[in-house]
Design a protein around this ligand. Structure first.
Ligand SMILES: NC(=O)CC[C@H](N)C(=O)O
Length: 250
C-alpha cells in the first residue's frame, strides 16, 4: 500500500517528489479503481474548477467521496482544500462539483488574483509538537483560498493575519496604528478534522517536508488499524532521499 496523489492537474509531481524525499512512494491516481491500491490520498493544488471537470470526466467523484466516507486519510492542499471543503464561496458561474467531508467554508480566491500570491512565515505549533522542527513554516500562497468558518469537529492548525475587508478597501492615510491593529482579521489556513487535513498553502513547493510527515503520521494510525502499512521506497539510498528532482523553494 502507498500514498495516492490525485494526478489530474496541478502540483502532483511536486507532492510525489516531497514524499520521495521522506522515503515514501507516491502513486499517481487518475482512475477510480486506482484508489483501491492506496491507504491515503493527497489532492494537490492547481485550479479547482479545471480539476473538478477532469475528475468528473474520469468519473472519480463517487470513488473519492467513498474514500473520504470510509475514514481514510485525505489531505487537500490549496485547490485540493477547496475540493474537500463542505462549502465554498466565490466559485465560477455554474459552480463546481466537490468531494466534501471537511466541515468548513472556504473562500476560493480569498487573497486576490495570481499577482497577490505571496510567501509568509506561519506559526505551526501542532506540526512542531508532532513532527519536530521550528515553530514556523514557510507558507507559499498561490492564488490561495482561505478558510472562513470551521465546524465544531474541525481543529485549526494555522492562521494568518490580513487587513480586514474594510481597511483593505480604505484609501485613507489618517488611520492610526491602533485602528490598523483593530482592523486586522485572522483567517484560517490549515485545518484537521479526523483523518482529513486541509492547507490553503503549498508545502510541496518548499524543502520542508514536515506537513508530509505529519500527514503520514495520521495515515499511519489508519494503516495500523487496517493492518496495512505505508510502504517506504526501499530502493532509495539515504543520499537519494535527500535529493529533490524538481526545483523547490528553500
Ligand atoms: N494554488 C491553488 O491551488 C489555487 C486554487 C485556486 N484558487 C482555485 O480556485 O482552484
Amino acid at each position: 500500500m502507498a500514498v495516492g496523489v490525485l494526478s489530474l492537474q496541478g502540483s502532483f509531481n511536486e507532492h510525489i517528489a516531497a514524499l520521495r524525499r521522506i522515503g515514501v512512494k507516491g502513486i499517481e491516481i487518475r482512475k477510480p479503481e486506482q484508489l483501491q491500491n492506496v491507504t491515503a490520498l493527497i489532492i494537490p493544488g492547481g485550479e479547482s474548477t479545471t480539476m473538478a471537470k477532469l475528475a468528473e470526466y474520469h468519473n472519480l467523484f463517487p470513488a473519492l467521496r467513498d474514500f473520504v466516507k470510509m475514514g481514510k486519510p485525505v489531505w487537500g492542499t490549496c485547490a485540493g482544500l477547496i475540493f474537500l471543503a463542505n462549502k465554498a464561496v466565490g466559485q465560477k458561474a455554474g459552480g463546481q462539483e466537490f468531494v466534501g467531508g471537511l466541515d468548513c467554508t472556504v473562500s476560493r480566491n480569498f487573497f486576490g488574483s495570481q499577482l497577490q500570491s505571496f510567501e509568509t512565515e506561519l506559526l505551526v505549533p501542532e506540526i512542531a509538537a508532532k513532527v519536530g522542527g521550528p515553530n514556523t513554516f514557510r507558507g507559499v500562497f498561490i492564488r490561495a483560498p482561505a478558510i472562513l468558518e470551521v465546524g465544531p469537529e474541525t481543529e485549526v492548525l494555522a492562521d494568518y493575519s490580513v487587513p480586514s475587508k474594510n481597511s483593505r478597501d480604505s484609501k485613507s492615510n489618517s488611520e492610526t496604528q491602533e485602528e490598523k491593529f483593530v482592523s486586522e482579521e485572522r483567517v484560517i489556513v490549515a485545518v484537521k478534522q479526523g483523518k482529513l487535513l486541509g492547507t490553503a498553502f503549498h508545502p510541496e513547493l518548499t524543502a520542508d517536508t514536515r506537513w508530509h510527515s505529519y500527514f503520514l503520521k495520521m495515515a499511519g494510525e489508519v494503516a495500523e488499524q487496517s493492518s496495512t502499512s505505508i510502504v517506504k521506497e526501499e530502493y532509495l539510498s539515504d543520499n537519494q532521499q535527500q535529493k529533490s528532482d524538481l526545483p523547490i523553494f528553500q
